[in-house]
Design a protein around this ligand. Structure first.
Ligand SMILES: *Cc1c(COP(=O)(O)O)cnc(C)c1O
Length: 384
């Protein structure tokens, strides 16, 4: 019996051909494919500008830098997130301040954010958790009242919608990831979208060592151009090989979103009535891309989360623990002292992520659900 994976990227001939074409072209790092990918993402999301970089972590770092966040500043973010959210804040020289999430949506709770604002707070970084858009209206109001920047960790949220508009449309700064666990992949990669052309040009400079001229401009110039380094930047470039994969992937986005929604609907029907619920909850006005599907065990579940995961793995079904809490990771534990975030800890400890990928056929969903039904209704073992 082959193991059912938790996730699997959807890659095919179009991606292979696109990479081969870049290899044949002789220009493999940041070049025309990156520019085309940026334009395509900006158009899909409805953003004025998109700037491609090597990862979403790099994107978040640069977004913080151009927003003016630096040493001495505090940035409020959820602890219930991948560690990269807080690491990026540290890379910018600032201090992450962890706030609570709404246990239903798994996203930052604006009221809790407001209680953690100090005179050092400079920005709020919500995470659209596993694709579920955060409460941008509520957080925007908090930021407006206190003069704070809103920088979105949209790593998982390409294709998600907030009040009918794609996440990233009109955003001050929002950052997407193209890691293989995300909705689309380029292997590794990130994209910053922004409504500001000035921020976009500074982002383009900073990803390329702060250099005053683009490599391609120099390559194509008829006179020797001398570059200057206007500020100290990084090498955060995306390569044309990655961007070519991204362009091919973007064609698949609509189909992937539809397929994931259908798979989740099948899970929902099959798991009704059990002491567990699919998570996070999608409130009115928000539409998730279902980057991951959580299952939260209710207090009366007859099995613990970890025992359930072990049992599923025995049955050939891979799952993952629910989202980590950063404040309990070794790298952050000392810095946060005795901080407790009960909602975040509860979500993290009681949930797991279920297999969800395209294509995942109905039979496979049913096999996972049969194991879950058995384990969650107290039966010893499913006959196989
Ligand atoms: C995946 C992820 C990141 C990091 O993305 P990379 O492209 O791997 O750097 C950051 N934040 C969140 C919430 C993520 O899920």
């Amino acid at each position: 019996m082959t193991r059912i994976p938790i996730a699997r990227p959807l890659l095919g001939d179009t991606e292979q051909d696109a990479v081969a074409e870049v290899l044949r072209s002789g220009w493999i790092t940041q070049g025309p494919r990156v520019e085309a990918f940026e334009k395509a993402v900006a158009a899909r999301v409805g953003a004025r500008e998109a700037v491609a970089v090597s990862s979403c972590t790099a994107a978040l770092h640069l977004a913080l830098v151009v927003a003016g966040v630096g040493p001495g500043d505090e940035v409020i973010c959820p602890s219930l997130s991948f560690v990269a959210t807080a690491n990026a804040i540290v890379h910018a020289g600032a201090r992450p301040v962890f706030a609570e999430v709404d246990p239903a949506t798994w996203c930052l709770d604006p009221a809790d954010v407001e209680t953690r604002i100090t005179e050092r707070t400079r920005a709020v970084m919500p995470v659209h958790q596993v694709g579920m858009p955060a409460d941008l209206d509520g957080l925007g109001a908090v930021c407006g009242r206190h003069g704070l920047q809103l920088i979105e960790d949209a790593a998982c949220a390409l294709g998600s919608e907030y009040h009918g508009r794609p996440v990233g449309a009109g955003a001050y700064l929002a950052c997407f990831s193209f890691h293989p666990r995300k909705i689309l992949t380029t292997g590794e990669g990130g994209m910053i979208v922004t409504s500001s052309s000035e921020l976009a040009s500074r982002l383009r400079r900073l990803r390329h060592h702060g250099m005053s001229i683009d490599d391609r401009v120099r390559h194509e110039a008829n006179t020797p151009l001398e570059e200057d380094y206007l500020e100290r930047g990084w090498n955060y470039r995306m390569s044309d090989l990655h961007a070519a994969v991204g362009l091919a992937q973007l064609e698949r986005l609509g189909g992937i979103l539809d397929a994931r929604r259908q798979i989740v609907a099948r899970y929902r029907r099959a798991l009704a009535g059990l002491p567990a619920m699919l998570a996070p909850f999608e409130p009115p006005g928000r539409r998730t891309n279902h980057q991951s599907l959580g299952l939260t065990l209710l207090p009366d579940a007859p099995i613990s989360r970890d025992a359930l995961m072990a049992r599923l793995l025995d049955a050939g079904i891979a799952t993952r623990r629910g989202i980590m809490t950063i404040h309990r990771a070794s790298a952050y534990r000392d810095a946060v002292g005795d901080l407790r975030l009960p909602h975040s800890e509860e979500v993290s400890d009681r949930s797991l992520l279920l297999p969800l990928f395209v294509p995942m056929n109905g039979e496979t969903v049913d096999r996972v659900c049969a194991e879950l039904r058995c384990a969650l209704s107290g039966c010893r073992q499913l006959e196989r």
